[in-house]
Design a protein around this ligand. Structure first.
Ligand code: NAD
Ligand code: UD1
Length: 328
């Protein structure tokens, strides 16, 4: 298939492009490079040995999207393009609602107009809010605490409504848990601008000496050691999950958790990182971060049963590959 990958030069998108090509598909990337670099296109080509078509476009621009759909025969869309910083979304809600919602609406509209019936959407475990773990797809969603989370809830709703009135369309809503790690080549990975918000990029920068120590946000949660528990998933497993999903789209809306089903605390992750890479990560416990929940991990039975997909790479591989990328 020929797949339009929006946000394809970003962290998860770039790994997914590699996995799609390795599975025999071809990709067209549409990205405005607001949080990624043009060089990623040639790195994907270098890793896979295949040409990639790239459009530097904002996917909220209807005319630019129409041009891509009219020029190419597109079999499916994987929509990663979006803004993802929780803190920034609180400061600039309109930017987030505009970017993340318009993009979803304009792309689905184009799919309907051009008869493209496969659509995979990047949702997030954040839509579960403060439910009891493990999170299951059938749970009633609880409110999220920020505009970023709301853009995911609203996008899921928009897509569900659009499918209702366009029964030909097939949509997969993929709820990711915490993607970490990098491609084994060390050539693509997560390279956030400025001081990282997320745990793993912070840990790798401390290990490298770019930052003096990790601040652990709270040790009084009701968890194994008091620190926050998350379901870390290797980004290559996540990428492979997208290949499976786009290949298995059927009419209607289907929702899947993409995680490992295992929870890991902050201190467990730090310890595994130190042991896997034989390097020290100094840390200090400080107060909780506003908006954080104690535990977040997936029930992954549905994806296994219906898609035949499971995450294969363990936390040691995640820590090694994250460190390999940071060093490179
Ligand atoms: P990323 O920032 O690395 O990638 C997103 C890409 O989209 C970037 O290359 C950016 O330049 C591009 N982009 C943003 N707005 C655009 C627009 N209007 N037009 C064209 N391109 C645009 O982020 P990521 O971690 O790869 O996340 C991909 C998707 O997965 C996002 O929708 C994110 O919300 C979702 N998600 C990510 C995580 C995570 O932890 N990384 C967790 C859950 C969900
Ligand atoms: C964050 C976002 C979430 C988003 C996800 C993936 C917030 C409140 N939530 O979730 O919406 O979907 O990233 O991009 O930002 N931690 C530290 N020190 C740090 C960084 C993190 O102790 O410097 C802890 C956190 O408290 C948490 C765990 O590490 O317990 C993971 O944090 P993080 O990587 O930011 O992911 P989430 O909080 O799950």
């Amino acid at each position: 298939m020929q797949i339009l990958v929006t946000g394809g030069t970003g962290y998860i998108g770039s790994h997914t492009c590699v996995s799609l090509i390795e599975a025999g598909h071809s990709v067209i990337i549409a990205d405005n490079l607001s949080n990624s670099r043009y060089e990623v296109v040639s790195i994907i080509e270098q890793i896979t040995g295949q040409r990639v078509i790239f459009y530097e476009v904002d996917v909220t621009e209807e005319a630019a999207i129409a041009e891509i759909f009219s020029k190419h025969k597109i079999d499916g869309v994987i929509h990663f393009a979006g803004l993802k910083s929780v803190g920034e979304s609180v400061e600039k809600p309109l930017l987030y609602y505009k970017n993340n919602l318009l993009s979803t609406m304009i792309l689905t509209d184009a799919c309907i107009k051009y008869g493209v019936n496969r659509f995979v959407f990047s949702s997030s475990a954040t839509v579960y809010g403060e439910n009891d773990v493990p999170f299951e797809e059938s749970m009633t969603l609880k409110p999220t605490t920020n505009p970023y989370g709301e853009t995911k809830v609203m996008s899921e709703r928009i897509l569900t409504d659009v499918v209702q009135s366009n029964p030909e369309l097939g949509v997969m809503l993929l709820r990711y848990f915490n993607p970490v790690g990098a491609h084994e080549s060390g050539l693509i990975g997560e390279a956030p601008n400025g001081i990282p918000n997320n745990l793993m990029p912070f840990v790798t920068q401390v290990a490298k000496g770019k930052l003096p120590k990790l601040h652990v946000f709270g040790d009084n949660y009701p968890t194994v050691d008091g620190t926050g528990v998350r379901d870390y998933i290797h980004v290559v497993d996540l990428a492979e999950g997208h290949v499976t999903a786009i290949e298995q789209v059927t009419r209607g809306v289907r929702i899947y958790n993409l995680g490992t089903g295992r929870g890991t605390s902050v201190l467990e992750l730090v310890k595994t990182f130190e042991e896997a890479n034989n390097i020290e990560v100094p840390y200090e416990i400080i107060e909780r971060r506003l908006g954080d929940i104690a535990s977040c991990y997936a029930n992954v039975k549905k994806a296994k049963k219906e898609l035949g997909w499971v995450a294969k790479r363990d936390l040691i591989a995640m820590c090694k590959d994250s460190w390999h990328f940071e060093k490179k």
